[in-house]
Design a protein around this ligand. Sequence first.
Ligand code: IPE
Ligand code: IPE
Ligand code: MG
Length: 256
Amino acid sequence: MAGALAEWAAKAAHHLSPGRGGEERARPRHIAIIMDGNGRWASARGMPRAFGHSAGVQALRNTVEAAGDLGIEVLTVYAFSTENWRRPPDEIEALFGLLRGFIRSDLTRLDRAGVRVRVLGEREGVPEDILALMDQAEKQTETNQVMTLVIAFNYGGQAEIARATQEIARQAAAGLIDPASIGPETITQFLPSRDWPNPDLVIRTSGEQRLSNFLIWQSAYAEFLVFDTLWPDFGRAQLEEALAVFAQRNRRYGGL
Ligand code: IPE
Ligand code: IPE
Ligand code: MG
């Protein structure tokens, strides 16, 4: 038992630590952003909320470009949550339309820039044509290596973990997994994010200090940084500021 526990602890520590030697990285490999504040940005200008969302797409473009230039390996952006279905249908329609438009207008440019696109989230509820565009974006950019852009769309951290748990239970019932062997690493391996490193830095704009169900498993030891900036005003300068703040953080992973 003690042996198994030690083995599990070693695996868990490996899973959370930044590098084999425990060395700290001054630069985050993976930045995850909760793009918040579009509605307030529009309201402040006496405009409808959708105007803020469309300004938010330009901020996304600027941020993707800056992240690539700054050597970020993975950028995850939270574009639509499983809880955002609570919004009025016309706003949901506007958000879906913007994703559709973003993939259509930007895929070629992203591909040429060497960006690999991945999509995280529930497929259920997403219109067929958007699913097809997402699949196309992933397939077309599959072998790109400059940066990975992960779009969290119809994404919820709890739903994602529940889905992974279902699959683990299915395999356990089929005798493929020993329930006693299930540890944090098992869950990690059953999440779609297994292909890239966990976020080192989670940024939220608009001053809100909560995760809103974003990457709750993967962000266990991420640094969290809140900007008062509303998402449409976010860009290269803010990303550079985030990197400077991150470089000053002291990540301890429970150690000393
Ligand atoms: C973030 O902006 C975009 C999405 C949630 C899709 P909001 O729409 O949440 O803007 P605020 O928070 O109402 O200002
Ligand atoms: C989180 O923002 C979701 C996205 C940015 C896509 P929300 O504006 O929906 O979050 P809450 O409701 O303030 O927690
Ligand atoms: Mg919001």
